[in-house]
Design a protein around this ligand. Structure first.
Ligand SMILES: [Zn+2]
Length: 72
């Protein structure tokens, strides 16, 4: 179940809630009881979505020892 971070605009407290994605946009109540909260964007660990980081671009470039003919 994804976790959502919320921040209370009344007291500034941040808290986390575990809730189904279907209820991601439901209003959350601060632990102190304040209803004025906003949902924060955070990294949500959801199994099934394979988000892979782009591979670093390798390859030869100019300069260096083997680029100028000094290795021959
Ligand atoms: Zn609060």
């Amino acid at each position: 179940m994804p976790r959502y971070d919320f921040r209370c605009r009344s007291c500034g407290a941040t808290f986390e809630l575990n809730r189904p994605m279907a209820r991601a946009n439901d209003p959350a109540t601060c632990p102190e009881g304040h209803p004025d909260t906003v949902k924060l964007l955070s990294t949500v660990a959801v199994t099934g979505t394979g988000a892979s980081a782009p591979a670093p671009a390798g390859g030869g470039g100019g300069g260096g020892c083997c680029g100028g003919g000094c290795c021959g």
